[in-house]
Write a protein that binds this ligand. Structure first.
Ligand code: GRF
Length: 186
């Protein structure tokens, strides 16, 4: 069975959706470890609830980003991880991890890239007043949400007035889209 890792810094609802897909038998993969830069984040609780190992690693404990990423890379290589899945990991991936996992790091973004990259993609799109919202899954490169697009799904915001209605719909798309893309790649 292929081994993957999920990187998260926050709530971890996308991580949870991947865990659920595996537990239901929809996705044939093993999450070798959750990697987090925020040891107290809720994603860690979720991992513990499902007996998934957690690799907590705090960047400020390392002199450089390279040293921080080397520690992660060694761990993941030792665990035989073949795909790195970012799910709300709030840091830019640097050269060490990009070199260790070429074309093997993916991310999910809650907007239709190349529009509204970076933080708060949903809010940015909402405030701009777009009529079509969506989700993008892409390979990760050195830029902010600039890597090659793998998959996108969109919807028209007809009848949806509030930001929270849009957010809910976007997250629902994320939860059913991400594991399918992971399955295709594996
Ligand atoms: C998701 O909307 C994802 O698209 C973005 O960050 C959010 C993470 O949410 N990259 P969660 O931590 O998975 O709940």
């Amino acid at each position: 069975m292929k081994k993957i890792t999920v990187f998260a810094s926050g709530n971890g609802s996308n991580f949870q959706a991947i865990v659920d897909a595996i537990e239901k038998g929809d996705l044939d993969a093993e999450i070798a470890t959750l990697v987090t830069d925020k040891p107290d984040c809720f994603a860690v609780e979720r991992a513990k609830n499902h007996n998934i190992p957690v690799f907590s690693i705090v960047p400020k404990h390392y002199a450089t980003k390279e040293e921080y990423e080397k520690e992660i890379a060694f761990y993941l290589i030792e665990k035989n991880v073949s795909l790195v899945v970012l799910a709300g990991y709030m840091r830019l991936i640097g050269s060490v991890l990009l070199t260790a996992f070429p074309n093997r790091i993916i991310n999910i973004h809650p907007a239709l890239l190349p529009a509204f990259p970076g933080k708060n993609g949903i809010l940015q799109a909402y405030q701009y007043g777009v009529k079509i919202f969506g989700v993008t899954v892409h390979y990760v490169d050195a830029g902010i949400d600039t890597g090659k697009i793998i998959e996108q799904e969109c919807f028209k915001a007809e009848g949806m007035e509030t930001l929270s209605e849009i957010e809910e719909k976007i997250h629902a798309i994320e939860y059913r889209l991400y594991w399918r893309v992971i399955k295709d790649i594996l």
